[in-house]
Design a protein around this ligand. Structure first.
Ligand code: FMN
Length: 732
């Protein structure tokens, strides 16, 4: 069964019961404090496993005129109902070793009274109890489908606790917390349902009864505290002891243990009859303990955390759903399916592939083409179409996303009138075993169709990488001879939030009109070196992006002031203490690689900024080699101190620079790289990464040089390492 069926069930159940689950969880949180606050009264003065029934009876009979009952509650507090000298009966907590009173009966606090009624019956008596019982059952189903989703996502039961690939923060913690909270949640729900069934008398009737035991002949009358059964039974096993009502021999001691009940002869101490607790009654007893946490601070804490977890699941689950909805409702076609010559079909589960498809759709429209965008499952006949472009993600274990699972069946069934040129772009993640498998499947199915003609090889995009996408776009544009350009800004990044930052330092502008600015966020935010700061200058609606270097939780930007650049001029006009409003765009594909031991960083000009942050963070003795190209030695001035310090504390292994204008003949950074073929080729061979940041021209020339090196020294094209995601670029 596909992952989406489980997801839909999980979601539908959650939506239908969310309100009641929220009420039950909030009241559950309050009620979890009741056993904790009770237990803190410390009336459990001795360990009950060290006290026998006989000891307690003996001290009580010495101290009081008459004993009516002894009870042991869930907190292991011992309650005695006794008749005092004044003839009045009283119930209070006692020390079972001495018989002394240790405290008054605990009254239920008003807040717990209120929360209990709301939790149990919503103040609606039987109707409310029924609703809560039913919701408890729904929550059980939600938890079970949640477990199935995790198993599916992780690729099997054995991988339930293995590493989770971080795609989205809400999704990540939904699973991380889910893995630990689902078991207590299942226990809460099963016991909740059980208690409701018991309340409505829907459990099988208790059929056990007292069975008489033939008394021993010639049994002697002995002192109560000498009864063998009372001497050998510890209080920890006892729930309640009822003393004989009169001195009549037919009146017995009734002793209720956890698993049985017995009648004990009041003179001889012999067990006269016995009744075993039925499984149903035992179930009720343990359900109550497990559901309420009574008697255990530790379990109450687990229940408390589980209630918080449920509230978090509701919040994160709904925000994931809203995000998905937002991205999948972007389709607003200008042309209908039979009027368009270009058809874009999308396979997406969480919506990010739609961002790429919509950007491509808009670019084609801008180029004057008639385009129609739809989901893969909506595949049908297209009267005028000549080209079909398929963007699809992969889910589960190499399966189709939810809106693409009918596509292959439809392709085999639906007959197109015209021949369609097609290209497939797979969106996936190399962290999964079956990278872009569904896209590969689509490609191979279309290839064997008579009416489909493959024009470009399948193209795979890792982790929604914009630079991968751009490379595909270049290939596609040059094949179709349609110059398409898509800027990163064209994407609707839903998690972008505007924040306020304060300028904490700024260098003087250098000979190349470049300067460094350091910003501190006024709120706690998460970002990494390589992320982008997005800022929209006043009176403009197009944003600018700057690569971030992260230094001690602050943002380091390297900015080149352009003569008429409003944004760079704005930054240059800032003074320490000034406020800046901007947002952070995640740029995961340009993060410093965690796994490799050696990394080569290549930049020119202001492209050095993210690398300064990455080097600063390198405290794990990874080898980092930095190549940097500028115009003159003076250009390096603003970075010099940072590079020197990094070389000294060995967070940077080596530094290579080129200055294009320091000598007659221009020397660029690619010329320097060419002198270190061994460093480059052996790093690539060992699986290390090369990161490039700076101008697009520099990127082009550097890639050319790298290609030369790999061809000569590794006898292979650079493409192999690009496909292996060892080359990361962020150029503009
Ligand atoms: C549960 C789950 C399973 C995935 N399985 C695969 C997989 O088998 N192969 C793969 O290449 N990518 C896999 N991915 C990655 C997605 O295909 C990738 O993140 C894609 O860009 C998501 O696109 P969408 O947001 O449009 O659904 C998986 C992602 C998730 C969350």
């Amino acid at each position: 069964m596909t992952i989406s069926i489980w997801r839909y069930s999980h979601l539908t159940l959650a939506i239908s019961s969310a309100l009641f689950i929220i009420i039950a969880s909030v009241t559950g949180i309050i009620l979890a404090f009741e056993p904790i606050s009770n237990k803190l009264n410390s009336y459990d003065v001795v360990l009950l496993k060290d006290v026998s029934i006989s000891e307690t009876i003996s001290v009580l009979q010495q101290k009081y005129d008459e004993v009516i009952t002894i009870e042991v509650d869930e907190n292991d507090f011992v309650l005695a109902n006794v008749v005092l000298e004044n003839g009045k009966s009283e119930t209070f907590y006692i020390n079972p070793k001495t018989g002394e009173k240790v405290g008054e009966i605990l009254e239920k606090q008003a807040i717990f009274e209120f929360a209990t009624t709301l939790h149990r019956s919503l103040f609606l008596k039987s109707t409310g109890r029924f609703i809560i019982g039913f919701v408890s059952f729904l929550l059980f189903l939600i938890a079970v489908t949640g477990i199935l989703l995790i198993v599916k996502r992780q690729g099997g039961v054995s991988k339930f606790f293995s590493k989770i690939i971080k795609e989205d923060l809400n999704q990540y913690y939904h699973i991380i917390i889910g893995r630990y909270a689902l078991i207590p949640i299942i226990m809460i729900t099963i016991t909740g349902v059980y208690l409701s069934l018991e309340k409505f008398s829907l459990l099988p009737k208790n059929k056990s009864f007292h069975q008489s035991i033939a008394p021993l002949k010639n049994a002697k009358k002995i002192k109560t505290s000498d009864f063998e059964f009372f001497k050998s039974t510890k209080l920890e096993e006892v729930k309640k002891i009822e003393f004989p009502f009169s001195t009549d021999e037919e009146d017995y001691f009734f002793v209720k243990l956890v698993d049985k009940e017995m009648a004990v002869h009041q003179l001889t101490g012999q067990i006269v009859s016995q009744k075993k607790q039925s499984l149903i009654a035992l179930g009720s007893y343990y359900s109550l303990l497990l559901h309420t946490g009574k008697g255990s601070i530790l379990w109450s804490m687990v229940l408390l955390l589980a209630c918080f977890a449920i509230l978090f699941f509701i919040f994160s689950g709904f925000s994931m759903t809203l995000k998905r909805k937002k991205t999948t409702t972007l389709i607003k076609n200008k042309f209908n399916k039979d009027a368009a010559t270009y058809i874009i079909l999308v396979g997406s589960e969480t919506g990010s592939t739609f961002n790429f498809a919509v950007a491509f759709y808009n670019a084609l429209l801008t180029a004057g083409k008639s385009v129609f965008l739809s989901e893969l499952n909506e595949y049908t006949t297209y009267k005028k179409a000549q080209n079909i472009i398929i963007f699809t993600a992969t889910y589960g274990e190499g399966e189709a996303p939810v809106n693409a699972n009918k596509f292959i069946r439809k392709v085999n069934k639906i007959d197109q009138k015209r021949v369609l040129s097609f290209s497939v772009v797979g969106f996936g993640s190399v962290e999964y075993e079956y990278f872009c498998k569904y896209a590969i499947l689509v490609q191979s199915h279309l290839q064997i169709q008579e009416k489909f003609r493959s024009v470009l090889p399948i193209f795979k995009i890792n982790n929604q990488s914009f630079s991968d996408f751009n490379n595909w776009l270049k290939e596609w544009s040059s094949f179709y001879k349609i110059p398409l350009k898509i800027k990163k800004e064209a994407f609707q990044f839903s998690d972008e939030k505007k924040q306020e930052f304060t300028v904490i330092s700024k260098t003087e502008i250098n000979i190349d009109d470049t300067f460094l600015v350091q910003l501190k966020s006024n709120k706690k935010i998460k970002f990494e070196s390589g992320d982008l700061l997005s800022i929209t200058p006043k009176n403009e609606n197009r944003n600018r992006l700057y690569s971030i270097g992260k230094i001690d939780k602050t943002i380091l930007l390297s900015i080149k002031k352009h003569e008429f650049g409003s944004c760079s001029s704005y930054f240059n006009s800032l003074e320490i203490g000034d406020k800046v409003v901007a947002s952070i765009q995640k740029n995961k594909e340009f993060y410093f690689p965690k796994k490799t031991k050696e990394v080569i960083l290549i930049a020119n000009g202001t492209g050095i900024a993210p690398f300064l942050g990455m080097i600063y963070k390198n405290k794990t003795a990874k080898k980092i080699h930095l190549f940097w190209g500028g115009r003159t030695k003076e250009s390096c001035g603003i970075y010099k101190e940072k590079i020197k310090a990094a070389l000294e504390d060995q967070s940077l292994t080596s530094f290579y620079s080129s200055f294009s204008q320091e000598q007659e003949e221009k020397i660029y950074i690619q010329d320097i790289i060419l002198n270190y073929p061994k460093l480059i080729s052996s790093a690539l061979e060992r699986g290390s990464s090369i990161m490039i940041c700076g101008s697009l021209n520099m990127q082009k020339s550097v890639l050319k040089v790298l290609e030369e090196i790999t061809k000569k020294h590794l006898k292979t094209s650079l493409k192999k390492f690009e496909e292996n995601h060892q080359i990361k670029t962020d150029c503009y």
